[in-house]
Structures are given as structure tokens and as C-alpha cells.
Design a protein around this ligand. Structure first.
Ligand SMILES: [Zn+2]
Length: 270
């Protein structure tokens, strides 16, 4: 690798500070992208309703069941788009992290590939608190949105409202649920970011310790969060928030967590 391996703590701190700023911008873009992808089916819903509507823009009650059954395909499309978007986000966060870090801690090109593949596998196969893997979490979310669309369409048809009113309610469903999509995107992205930071350190010969920083100010009742406890724990007698690169419990303290990890290569900083 052409770039020289950095060995001073100050240089490394600067790299992490810049990465934190760039990563902040990246996650904002990723969240907007995930929401756009999940909502991409809105056009399909609109076409579907138009197909069933009479010339006055209303849908006959006797067609209700049939219309609701057609939402199967809408749900499948949300799942497929959501899965593709989340996989892309996870890969992007992992590669972004490795690109920033690997060259300065002596990680070779072949190791980069291994690190990125390992992190991607870890994220998509990770079980959450409900025992679900990523694709199942997306499945669950698409199902929730579908149920809400179903309720909105049903009540509009029963009341004899037209498609315009239905589409307004459908937009409301998506805006009310956008925080769920945002949370999912942020959780998976930041976990990939932390995991890639740690995993690069594991592969490196010069990083022996990592420092965990909680997502201060990122959430209410901050001191009740697991990230607060982790940032204040002195596990190895090296100082609070100091961990080994192999400590995976700091990769995901809780969903929606904005905590992050940096490196300590100079023992004098401990
Ligand atoms: Zn947190």
C-alpha cells in the first residue's frame, strides 16, 4: 500500500475526528434513501386503486376483499426494496469505515476484503432482541406498513370515499412510519460502522485497545442507556470506556444508538 502507516496517536485522532464528521453526513443520506426505497411502492398502490375504481373515483364495497388481497404484491415489493436498500447501506458503512482506517493501521488489501465480508455477514445474520435476523426485521416492518395501508383503504371504501382521500391517508401511513424505517437504517448502519472499526483493529498489529464513546445527547434519559454504562465501565483497569478490539458487546449497545469507537495505540493515553 502506497500510504505510510501512521503511528502517532495525534494523527490517528485526527483521522477519527474527520471520519466522524463524514459518517454523520453519510447516515443522514442513508436514512433518506431507505425511506425513499420503502415508499417507492406508493405509485403501485395508486395504480392498483385506479384499476378498481369506478368513473366517480370510488371503489365498490364488493371489491374490497379483492383490493386488499392485491396488497400482497405491494408488501412483497416493500420487502424486496427494503432488503436491497439495507444491504446496500450496511456494505456502504462497512466499506466507508475500512477505507478510512485500513491504510493507516497497516491493513493489507486482502485483509480489507476479509474484514468487509466478515462485517457484512455479521450484520445480516445478527439476531436482534426478538430473535430475528435483518431480512426478518424488514419483513416485519413491511407487514406492519401493509396492515396500516389495509386499514386505511378498508375504512375509505366502507365510507364511500374516493381515491384522492385514500391516497391522502396512505401518505399519512408512510409519514407516520418513516421513523421506523429511519431507526432500522440507523441501527444497521451504525452497527456496521462500529463492527468494522473493531474488526479492523483486530486485524491490525498496532491497535491493542479501542475506546468506546456513548451517543451522548443522541437520546433522552441518556444515563439509562446501555451505551452510557459501557462508556463508564472500566473493564480492564485501563480507564473508563477502554475495551479490547475483540469485545463485541460494544458493537450494538441498543437499537438506534449513535455511539462510536476510536483507537488507542499509545499506552501513555491510557
Ligand atoms: Zn446509545
Amino acid at each position: 500500500m502506497a500510504q505510510k502507516v501512521l503511528t502517532t496517536q495525534a494523527e490517528l485522532d485526527e483521522i477519527f475526528a474527520k471520519m466522524k464528521r463524514d459518517y454523520g453526513a453519510l447516515t443522514k443520506k442513508q436514512e433518506a434513501y431507505a425511506i425513499r426505497e420503502i415508499e417507492r411502492v406508493r405509485g403501485d398502490v395508486s395504480n392498483l386503486l385506479a384499476d378498481y375504481a369506478d368513473s366517480d373515483g370510488t371503489i365498490k364495497r364488493r371489491r374490497l376483499r379483492q383490493v386488499l388481497r392485491e396488497l400482497d404484491e405491494v408488501e412483497m415489493a416493500m420487502r424486496a426494496n427494503g432488503e436491497q436498500a439495507l444491504n446496500k447501506i450496511v456494505k456502504e458503512s462497512t466499506e466507508f469505515t475500512t477505507e478510512n482506517i485500513a491504510p493507516v493501521i497497516g491493513i493489507s488489501a486482502s485483509q480489507v476484503k476479509i474484514v468487509n465480508e466478515h462485517v457484512f455477514k455479521y450484520i445480516v445474520k445478527r439476531f436482534d432482541a426478538n430473535g430475528l435476523v435483518l431480512s426478518e426485521r424488514i419483513w416485519g416492518l413491511s407487514g406492519e406498513i401493509r396492515d396500516e395501508l389495509s386499514t386505511a383503504i378498508r375504512s375509505n371504501i366502507i365510507k364511500g370515499e374516493g381515491i384522492k382521500s385514500m391516497m391522502k391517508d396512505i401518505s399519512s401511513v408512510y409519514s407516520a412510519d418513516s421513523w421506523k424505517v429511519r431507526r432500522l437504517a440507523r441501527t444497521e448502519s451504525t452497527t456496521a460502522h462500529r463492527a468494522a472499526t473493531s474488526y479492523n483493529a483486530q486485524e491490525s498489529d498496532i491497535v491493542n485497545w479501542v475506546q468506546f464513546h456513548d451517543g451522548r445527547g443522541g437520546h433522552r434519559n441518556h444515563e439509562k442507556h446501555r451505551c452510557y454504562e459501557l462508556a463508564n465501565e472500566d473493564r480492564y483497569g485501563k480507564g473508563t470506556g477502554i475495551y479490547k478490539p475483540k469485545d463485541t458487546d460494544i458493537w450494538l449497545p441498543h437499537p438506534n444508538c449513535t455511539s462510536y469507537i476510536t483507537y488507542i495505540i499509545d499506552e501513555r493515553w491510557l
